[in-house]
Design a protein around this ligand. Structure first.
Ligand code: MN
Length: 307
């Protein structure tokens, strides 16, 4: 079928199409703050908010710890050994220092601007805590953890650990606009993280009055978490520190204007349209796989790790 009425568009209409701004679907706050172990005070955005969870695949969990002053202590503070299977944990440190050790023998420390991309895959035990020297001197802590789901075909992939320093991130600097690309691509700048499904993950800092624009796939679930200051999105919606902004899945530009100096994390990815079976630190596809996972964990198949 060919209908010339709809096939042909005037140049004006075409221009309007390309400059169209992607609409805001929701602006939400996270749940009341809770402690993860004794080191990380965070607010959860999803999966706690089930409605939001249904719109953010391939992302499965978002915990955000806004800036807070950590008192000096000789004690190790954080989360002791615990398992994961079927997904990836991505930790961003904006301030402070986080250390990681896992049963696959990987360990690392991330400081301000660094990223830790840990693929649990078939299963690991790990512990996450404040790095010892930082903990002993105390200071400002500001971090985020994102869980990225794996498609069924990759759930049992070998565990992997990507330690990404701030110097290794994709770097795009324009007047008042600093973009660091963790994964995917922004204006020809690629991020170093290997991902199992298409994902764009950026950290962005804007000076007051500056604006940021990105064109991301209409089919990809897209949102941003404001990690400082206040901003306007697509000319219609204001958001401030602690707000998560979910965008509609439609063609168009994402435009952010800084009302004050601000920062945000932009996440966008191709949805994984598969069933989810979730229990605590395990994210699988079926109940049977969850039961198998718990049995494997109880039999010690996730390896060993000292406290
Ligand atoms: Mn963990």
């Amino acid at each position: 079928m060919h209908d010339p009425e709809t096939q042909e568009r005037s140049p004006t209409e075409a221009t309007q199409e390309t400059s169209k701004l992607r609409r805001v679907a929701r602006v939400v706050r996270g749940a009341p703050f809770h402690w993860v172990g004794d080191g990380f005070r965070v607010s959860n955005y999803f999966p706690g908010d089930r409605e939001l969870l249904s719109r953010v695949s391939p992302f499965f969990l978002l915990d955000y710890g806004p800036p807070r002053t950590v008192p000096a202590s000789k004690q190790t503070r954080g989360v002791g050994p615990h398992p994961h299977r079927g997904f990836e944990t991505v930790t961003l440190a904006f301030a402070g220092s986080v250390a990681h050790h896992d049963s696959a023998g990987n360990s690392g420390v991330i400081g301000p601007g660094d990223v830790q991309w840990m693929t649990a895959g078939s299963g690991i035990l790990h512990k996450e805590y404040m790095e010892q020297k930082f903990s002993e001197s105390g200071g400002e802590m500001h971090m985020l953890q994102l869980w990225v789901n794996l498609p069924a075909k990759d759930k049992m992939t070998a565990p992997k650990y990507q330690a990404i320093t701030r110097e290794q991130l994709g770097q795009s600097d324009a007047a008042g606009v600093k973009v660091r690309v963790v994964a995917g691509e922004y204006r020809g700048v690629r991020g170093p993280a290997f991902t199992h499904t298409p994902i764009n993950l950026y950290t962005v800092e804007l000076q007051a009055g500056a604006s940021f624009e990105a064109r991301l796939s209409a089919a990809h679930n897209t949102g941003l978490l404001v990690t400082g200051g206040s901003l306007s999105i697509n000319g219609t919606q204001s958001a401030e520190h602690l707000d998560f902004v979910l965008l509609e899945n439609e063609a168009g530009l994402v435009r952010v204007v800084a009302d004050t100096a601000c920062s945000f994390v932009l996440m966008s990815g191709e949805p994984i349209n598969e069933p989810i079976a979730h229990y605590g630190p395990f994210v699988m596809n079926t109940r049977e796989e969850l039961e198998q996972t718990i049995a494997d964990f109880n039999r010690g198949k996730f390896g060993d790790l000292d406290e």
